[in-house]
Design a protein. Structure first.
Length: 425
């Protein structure tokens, strides 16, 4: 999700280096968690699984939400930490990383935006307008699960060129921005004005602390906790607090140099990156991937909702991302990734159709009062993500490689080392 720099022994390992490394591992853990959840949901432990997820902790943080269950703590609290890391990584990339200049943003920008718009359009085309409630899930196939995708690439090893791995992460960063905007604008039903005013006041305080160059981390952590609670009460999804607050954490840019050990943003990244990649995302996957296949048949996948999501992920993502790359390159707007064939680029476009974590998250927001629709959405997400992963793997594993792939990989790694920007992908 971001860029990482080489560091001396006195400075912590930078977050992109750790996060991309842990995200590859985290992606594998996410796959395992999803498989375990599906296995448990279709075993004699199914009732216990559902009971634990919906067990009430007896704590009520919001009258609208009611008593917090285990599943709600995962979605409302733990995922806020994940979105905080997303925001930190986005800020880093925009200021001092792969998206810090217009030239660097050119190639991933167009395919990322088209990769959001076209799957949504395909979904709406498939489901039609007969049921407005089902139409509310248009954003479910629009998101890419970077953890899962990086995990798949990690399993492929040398069969995936370095340039395409970096392109995938860059596209995912912009995809994350789009997903956050969609959640904030389209999946907020009602607003508590007083709570929203409190959230704005907390953000203003964080901005003042930033402008005063307060470098201690604890004041920002306190503000983030209060901001999360205010957002929870406001009606805007609490995870937005993570992204909004992240942009106000001070960041010490060090172009071409090791990370600044005193930078609050860097320290916070190092603090939460392992938890997000190795615990929070797999926990969310386990809590949401438990689909019971009892009574499920082929016709179940052909229902408008799951079919629309599956087609949006499998077809919409590859069409949107690949056509965006082709348009950007052929028009001269951006350069083609080095050391990669067009077939490999197409495979990466297909890989963007893995929408597991973010798609599951958005489906819960799209159908909050209808568990049946959420279950149908899960079928489509699983089908579309699995088919996208398998098809991309087959192409990357058995498709022809670029003649200069090995040379370009060595050249890019040399450039990265010279820039002080080490990426473990």
């Amino acid at each position: 999700m971001s860029s990482t720099r080489s560091t001396s022994t006195s400075i912590p390992i930078s977050a992109l280096q750790r996060f991309l490394a842990s995200e590859a591992c985290g992606g594998v853990l996410l796959m395992i968690a999803a498989l375990v959840a599906m296995g448990v949901a279709n075993s004699p432990l199914a009732n216990t699984y559902q009971h634990v997820l919906h067990f009430s902790t007896g704590i009520t943080l919001s009258e609208k939400l009611g008593p917090m269950t285990v599943h709600m703590w995962v979605s409302e609290c733990l995922m806020t930490v994940f979105f905080l890391l997303v925001g930190l990584e986005i800020k880093r990339e925009m200021v001092d990383g792969r998206l810090s200049s217009w030239e660097q943003r050119r190639l991933p920008a167009l395919p990322a935006l088209m990769g959001v718009a076209i799957p949504a359009a395909i979904y709406l085309l498939v489901v039609g307008d007969a049921n407005p409630l089902v139409s509310n899930g248009w954003a479910v196939p629009a998101a890419t699960d970077i953890a899962f995708a990086i995990g798949v690439l990690a399993l492929l090893g040398k069969h995936a060129p370095l340039s395409l791995k970096l392109l995938l992460v860059s596209i995912a960063i912009i995809d994350d921005i789009a997903a956050v905007v969609i959640i904030a604008l389209f999946y907020t039903s009602s607003i508590n004005v007083a709570a929203l005013a409190a959230a704005i006041a907390i953000l203003t305080l964080m901005l003042i602390l930033n402008r005063l160059q307060v470098m201690k981390l604890w004041p920002y952590m306190l503000c983030l906790a209060l901001l999360w609670y205010a957002m929870l009460l406001s009606g805007i999804h609490a995870t937005i607090a993570g992204v909004a607050g992240a942009f106000l954490i001070p960041f010490v840019a060090t172009p071409g140099q090791p990370d600044a050990g005193h930078s609050p943003l860097h320290r916070l990244e190092h603090m939460i990156a392992p938890w997000a990649g190795l615990l929070i995302v797999p926990a969310f996957g386990f809590a949401n991937a438990g689909i019971s296949f009892e009574g499920v048949s082929l016709s179940s996948f052909l229902e408008p909702l799951p079919f629309g999501i599956a087609v949006g992920l499998l077809l919409g993502k590859q069409v949107g991302v690949f056509s965006g790359i082709v348009l950007a390159v052929k028009s001269g707007f951006a350069s083609r990734p080095r050391g990669a064939t067009w077939l490999q680029i197409y495979a990466i476009s297909i890989l963007c159709g893995i929408g597991f974590t973010m798609s599951l998250f958005i489906s819960g927001l799209a159908f909050p009062a209808n568990p049946q629709l959420v279950e149908e959405a899960k079928l489509g997400i699983m089908a579309g993500s699995l088919l996208s992963a398998l098809l991309a793997c087959l192409i990357l594993r058995f498709g022809p490689k670029a003649e200069d792939q090995a040379q370009e990989a060595k050249a890019q790694k040399a450039e990265i080392r010279q820039d002080g920007d080490v990426r473990r992908i």
